[in-house]
Design a protein around this ligand. Structure first.
Ligand code: RUQ
Ligand code: CUA
Length: 633
């Protein structure tokens, strides 16, 4: 890297379109022109040619070209979140969240441990549902929230730096599963479900008395990342979604039987959708009408049927519903049947009457189309169509919401428009911008749990298959197979215009503010000083980095010291990240341009230990190293 590369380049991001984003329009125009040369096309021929060009063009993003959308993929039990470019399906980045990550040091660095807080020692997670914060029902590009089902946590990713910046353990529940954000007026709250019922209090006294078990709906203050309140419910809670008025959220329940075994939880022909009146609950909490559980100070209200409250209503729906999705026009909740071949359409504008006691629960149901076997999740376009995954049938059913409602009224209409085979057993699906008012009906992702024969076999464990489907035309067209590692559980797709990532860190970033504050106390200027500060047995080693050098080529400590190495990357060049790794100590971290990172370890072995930079940064990257000298105690 020459010196000119090291000059400050802190201009506004380049206009993406300058890259000659070869969207569908350019290629389709070329394709159509090619066909058209031999003669004048009839409208039918033109339509056919346009269709063909569309099929060939949309997802074809060439080398050096940029995608139109960011896709945020949950990594399931790998515990991370991944960013994909859509429609190319290229993986752009991995964001470690609940896992530990060797490359970035997530879970090892002092900054990440501070962010993980009380769960700093928990090294795994099951990340299901990534959802971006919104304003007026549209993505605002600020945060992505993600749940951890294994350890009952919710984390937040800051989209300017694409790093996890907050993590919260949810008290008094187990297995946070469904997670969505309040869409309107903005994401004040994150809603998330405790899936499994547990004894309350869960202190060993009522292990085997299921009548003492319950679970709760959890509401988090999105900006503070603190609990706002919890709502006790009957049954259990699976998935959730919010409406476009800001008043309601709804969660599916597959265990209305309140059983603790599979057989017990499958007895009923109908389970339910529980609808929460967020405004009523907020009001009660403000008025102090709540209780608390154990040591937790979180306000808890009772939304069980027997409490006869204004907080909840339970709408019966066929057997073991799973996904719940709000249509982007704000009109309907669609609950997906799982063990029933149907989905249930609930009119959101009837919910105020239900809460006012003017109509009955089932009066809110305006459609119950039969779609096929194992409906799990539904996505939407901007033309009134819904797309439902059929797990057992390995298909996506495309259907018209309006026609399904007409059919429910008794009209003879075929609401199913197409069924497309996917490969195989789809769980979630997601359309471009489809969970917002900006649904654009261009692409659909089908997250298939099995790939079987679609890829070269890799031993007993196989990739999963994320399929890209073009839905912009009359018919759904499968255009790409995307093998992925365990387990893209869910995803969401955001137009690139909504996301504004930084090129460099800012020196006052809150992610490393505590480290900066410590340096101040130690009288260290991070941007220039290279020195060792001793504080009893605690030793803080401050160094800078600028390609291809660390500010220190060696430092000395004593056996038995607790050593914290704090590295400040002075490079101001886009994309020049350094690393810091220490031999034989399990120490590894990333230091992005202008970032400060720190990591703490015990110097328990006397001797010479090399430290080095492990992010390839310069022609002399291999030489970017030094010695830690540990004197014998
Ligand atoms: S759930 S496959 Cu964890 Cu999102 Cu439906
Ligand atoms: Cu710095 Cu490699």
């Amino acid at each position: 890297m020459s010196d000119e590369n090291k000059t400050v380049e802190n201009k506004e991001p380049k206009n993406l379109s300058r890259r000659g984003f070869l969207g569908a329009s350019a290629v389709s125009a070329a394709g159509i022109a090619g066909i058209g040369i031999s003669g004048i096309m009839t409208p039918a021929e033109f339509a056919q040619a346009a269709e063909k060009a569309r099929n060939n063009a949309h997802h074809n993003i060439g080398p050096g070209e940029l995608d139109e959308y960011y896709g945020f993929w949950s990594g399931g039990h790998s515990g991370e979140v991944r960013i994909l470019g859509i429609p190319s399906m290229r993986e752009l980045m991995r964001i470690p969240v609940f896992n530990i990550d060797s490359a970035t040091g997530w879970g090892l660095t002092d900054e990440s441990k501070r962010i993980k807080g009380d769960s700093a020692d928990v090294l795994c997670g099951d990340a299901h549902h990534p959802h971006m914060s919104m304003k007026d029902g549209r993505y605002d590009g600020k945060y992505v929230f993600i749940n951890d089902k294994i350890n009952t946590r919710v984390a937040r990713i800051r989209c300017d730096v694409m790093k996890t910046d907050k993590m919260l353990s949810i008290p008094n529940v187990q297995a946070i599963h469904g997670l969505r954000v309040q869409k309107v007026p903005h994401t004040k709250y994150v809603f998330c479900n405790g899936e499994f019922r547990i004894p309350q209090p869960n202190d060993g006294r009522d292990l085997n008395d299921p009548s003492k078990y319950f679970t709760m709906f959890n509401v988090i203050d999105a900006e503070k990342m603190e609990m706002a309140f919890q709502v006790i419910v009957d049954g259990n809670l699976d998935n959730t979604d919010a409406d476009y008025t800001g008043r309601f959220a709804a969660s599916t329940c597959y265990n209305s039987e309140e059983g603790v075994t599979l057989a017990e939880s499958m007895r009923n022909e109908r389970d339910w959708l529980v609808v929460f009146d967020i405004h009523a609950i907020e009001k009660a909490v403000k008025a102090g009408k709540y209780t608390t559980i154990g040591d937790s100070k979180v306000p808890v209200v009772d939304g069980r049927k027997k409490a006869n409250s204004q907080y909840t209503r339970y709408i019966p729906v066929p057997k073991s519903p799973h996904g719940i999705n709000t249509s982007p026009d704000g009109e309907y909740f669609v609950a997906n049947g799982k063990l029933s071949p149907t989905v249930t359409i609930i009119a959101i504008n009837k919910l105020p009457a239900l809460f006012a006691g003017k109509i009955k629960e089932r009066d809110t149901v305006v459609g119950e189309p039969e779609l096929g076997l194992g409906p799990l999740h539904t996505a939407f376009d901007n033309r009134g169509n819904a797309y439902t995954t059929l797990f057992i049938d390995s298909q996506i059913a495309k259907w018209s919401v309006k026609d399904a409602i007409r059919a429910y009224k008794g009209e003879k209409v075929n609401y199913i428009k197409q069924k497309l085979d996917v490969h195989y057993q789809p769980g979630h699906n997601h359309t471009t911008m489809g969970e917002t008012r900006d649904a654009d009906g261009k692409y659909l992702i089908s997250l298939c749990k099995f790939s079987k024969d679609r890829f070269l076999p890799t031993g007993p464990l196989r990739a999963e298959n994320d399929q890209l489907i073009d839905i912009s035309g009359k018919e759904m067209k499968l255009v790409h197979d995307g093998p992925t590692f365990a387990e893209p559980h869910d995803c969401m797709i955001v137009h690139r215009s909504k996301v504004k990532p930084k090129k460099l860190w800012t020196r006052d970033d809150p992610i490393f503010a505590a480290t900066v504050a410590q340096a101040k106390k130690d009288g260290v200027t991070l941007e220039s000083d290279n020195k060792v500060v001793r504080d009893g047995k605690s030793v803080r080693v401050y160094m800078t980095s600028i390609a291809p050098n660390f500010g220190m080529s060696e430092f000395s400590v004593k056996q038995g010291d607790k050593v914290t190495v704090i590295v400040t990357n002075l490079d101001q060049v886009e994309d020049v990240t350094h690393g810091f790794a220490v031999n034989q100590h399990g120490i590894s971290m990333e230091i992005g341009p202008q970032q400060t990172s720190s990591i703490t370890f015990d110097a328990d072995k006397p001797g010479v230990f090399w430290f080095y930079c492990h992010w390839f940064c310069h022609a002399l990257h291999m030489e970017m190293r030094g010695r830690m000298l540990v004197k014998k105690a």
